[in-house]
Write a protein that binds this ligand. Structure first.
Ligand code: K2U
Ligand code: ZN
Length: 169
């Protein structure tokens, strides 16, 4: 069981752009397992490899009640999107901050699964929000960047204070 360290905003590594996975290896499968354990223990319903300082295009998601339906998306691409939704979001890299963000309501994506097979998926509601949120992480984007400059600045100051307090305890 390996719980990985999750980078906290405004760590500059959260703005790295993730590279595509050329071939799914055993090393990637080990990272996926560790990411899933880290996500479940947080607890959260999604986690991008960027957040654990691995800058490759891998996402894990589980929005199921029983936490027994892990979705692994490698090299995800949005191939269609429709509508809009304005939902409250949180982020394991920005603990304690919940703000509304506008996203596409329905998306169609293609990705590789953890065996390297092509998958296509249509999502709406919470799954759609989560996938878009995680795909932003792979592009080096954190959800607070959609907020007003004032809100973003206040969140950044709050997170810097939090990290300084952690360092002194
Ligand atoms: O990227 C992350 O930090 C994972 C998020 C995924 C997420 C973001 C926005 C909306 C839904 C999911 C974490 O799971 S944040 C914790 C959380 C848990 C349940 C519902 C919303 C947020
Ligand atoms: Zn996040």
């Amino acid at each position: 069981m390996t719980i990985l360290n999750i980078l906290n905003y405004p760590d500059p590594r959260l703005h790295n752009i993730a590279a595509p996975v050329k071939k799914v290896t055993e090393e990637h499968k080990k990272l996926i397992k560790d990411m899933a354990e880290t996500m479940y223990s947080a607890p959260g319903i999604g986690l991008a490899a960027t957040q654990v300082n691995q800058h490759i295009q891998i996402i894990v998601i589980d929005i199921s009640e029983n936490k027994d339906s892990l979705l692994v998306l490698i090299n995800p691409k949005i191939i269609d999107k429709r509508g809009e939704q304005f939902c409250e979001e949180g982020c394991l890299s920005v603990p304690g901050v919940y703000e509304k963000v506008q996203r596409s309501e329905c998306i169609k994506i293609q990705a590789l699964d953890n065996c390297g097979n092509l998958l296509k998926l249509e999502a709406d509601g919470l799954l759609s929000v989560c996938i878009q949120h995680e795909m932003d992480h792979l592009l080096g984007k954190v959800f607070v960047e959609y907020l007003s400059p004032l809100k973003k600045s206040r969140i950044k100051s709050k997170m810097i204070k939090l990290s300084k307090r952690k360092d002194t305890t």
